[in-house]
Design a protein around this ligand. Sequence first.
Ligand SMILES: *Cc1c(COP(=O)(O)O)cnc(C)c1O
Length: 364
Amino acid sequence: MATRPVPRPGVLDIEAYVPGKSAAPAGVKLHKLSSNETPLGPSPRAIAAFEGLAAKLELYPDGTSTKLKQAIAGRYGLDPARIICGNGSDELLELVTKAYLGAGDEGIYSQYGFLVYRIAILAMGGKPVIVPEKNYTADVDGILAAVTPKTKIVFLANPNNPTGTYLPFDEVKRLQAGLPSHVLLVLDAAYAEYVRRNDYASGIELVAESENVVMTRTFSKIYGLANLRIGWMYAPAHIIDALERIRGPFNVNGAAIEAGAAAVADEAHVAAALEHNEKWLAWTTAELEKLGLTVTPSVGNFVLIHFSMTPGKTARDADAFLTQRGLILRAVGGYGLPDALRMTIGTEEANRLVVAALADFLKA
Ligand SMILES: *Cc1c(COP(=O)(O)O)cnc(C)c1O
């Protein structure tokens, strides 16, 4: 019998990640609210830095991303030696899984956790262990109860996507304190810059004082550089050492290094994006609730909107209705949330159009 190459166990159990849609019917203005991109775009300084690189495309980038690491370290008061940059934080989530989780090992994440964790675990031949949430929020006791001798990694998105909920820092510390010291806690803080809560922290402090905690961040959200793929991780020195050995030698491109460094320096641009989000997150949530829709309270730059199961009024029906008007939200059935759509907070125009369209949808 003819044989052919066969992927390792686990690979074909993966359902490929489906990105947010980005198409509208012909002739309709498109508002892409499906991937949590910022409506304000990147800093003009980041764009200028990106353009500056066009004359140097034949050169390999700096394989150590030094300029970017120094900019991040300066902004957040960190030791640059404890930062590793990646081709998006997705790459860092994969790298850390590759380094610490092998065939048959268990990786834990919560019920509505980001799907990249599942993909990373399965790709290594590991076993995804999914812990139920309470009120669309990660449950620390449930996660701790799911730990077994095979557990290698616990992933926690804080705030979580697609729910928008978060765990107060006390709860994150309780989670870390309850984990065996050989289990790695990965804090994915992709939306940290958006959170305005006194009891929230991204995890920098916990990474600084622990041997088994890392935090990932991204330039794809508030910094508006998703297209360049830039993420970073703050980690203990021994974990940086391991990841440095297995990452690609030039995993971050030169345009990303230059634009990322320029973006971090433009604090006024980030402040404007934050202000826009605060205003329109509150407005959108309140207006959707006035329509009688249930919205999971969010601290990020998106909201999870729940619909009824009545035929004609479901999330699927709403998605089709909105798409006709060029309003592209994110269906989250793949996350086990068939009753909901996730809406990224957009421009004022886009937010108003969604609310008006959903009023029409519910009346129709
Ligand atoms: C958007 C997002 C990221 C960022 O991914 P990049 O690869 O940096 O673009 C990471 N985690 C979560 C939960 C996200 O929603």
